[in-house]
Design a protein around this ligand. Sequence first.
Ligand code: SF4
Length: 395
Amino acid sequence: MLDPFGEEAKRIVREFGGIEALLERIPRYVGIDIVLERVKQWEGEIPERILNMTPHEDVMSFYALLGALAFSPYGAEMELVKRTNARIYRERIKRSGEITGISIPLKKIEKGEIPDRDRIILEKPRHEEITEEEREKLKLKYKMSLPSFLRLWEGSLKSVYIRKGNAYLREEQALELWEKAFERNLERSVNLLYELRDELPPYYSELHEKLGEIARKYFKERIGGFSGEAQPLRFELFPPCIKNALAGVPAGLRNYAITVLLTSFLSYARICPNPPRKDVRIKDCISDLSVIEKEILPIIIEAGNRCKPPLFEDQPHEIKNIWYHLGFGLTDKPRLEDSGNSTWYFPPNCDKIRANAPQLCKPDSHCRPIKNPLTYYLRRLYIESRKAGGGGDNE
Ligand code: SF4
């Protein structure tokens, strides 16, 4: 199979009854070791066994990785899965000799579609110094409608031949586009599965743990920068709704913006950006309360003071509610051991925010693939870490 998000893969997922049903059944059919083979062949050749998997085996082992990524979207694990699996499918596409049936709407070029004079300039057939191999690389082989092309292309338009509403592509350019689509589809799927992670069989958390070990080994020099790790807050990467809440809000929105949204977002983003499960407690993640008292609480209080009228002047008891939302019960003198007395509220999903406080949600381009402000932040940290590591911008 050439693309885990292409038509054939979609048909197989449908055969199983959809992605949730597929993830339920995978543990019965595919061992964790087999799945991990897909991310282990970093240095040498890709084993033939992986390149020659049957479509069903391929879909199941690949979607098993997606299930594991639901536990830490935008961490080193995602980077590992993206890189290794893009390499597998790229190799398969190259071997097939033709890029068809994949998740981008590529078409073959009809004979005579490109005027000869343009072909001569672009493909250089009269340049005798060009080797056969290089000549093959210069050939325009595929086309794509301009709107679809522009949604994926990030390079300069000068390097692309555009004519009558189509972009005409060399094989390498087509593969580059496919890889971009692959990354976006993978991200989109993981964001969907993120919502379901608590319902997934234990197989996936075990797989996630092993994936983490491999990823840590591979990215050992920059693992600290990946989004899955607790690290100082980067305000410039916060989503618009959080920035709006930080700026202070009017009376009707204060409790939701400050106590519900900011408290949950800041605490998870700072302490536990990739919680292993939904019922995690603060005491599972830190050994004393200083990070809350010295870093998180002052930000929440300042944002409350920026509200009109200031929230905590009006409602001093709301501080207790903040601790309640952090999982310490209704108190103003929390101790670490009290964590778990109430639920540590997870940041609400975007659709809830839009329903409860539409004024806060002013989406930007990073909001497109995400469903929760925390994953927005993780995604932006991930993009930053890729840039820092020379992996290129994921946008
Ligand atoms: S789409 Fe989500 S993350 Fe983006 S501003 Fe709206 S609520 Fe926030």
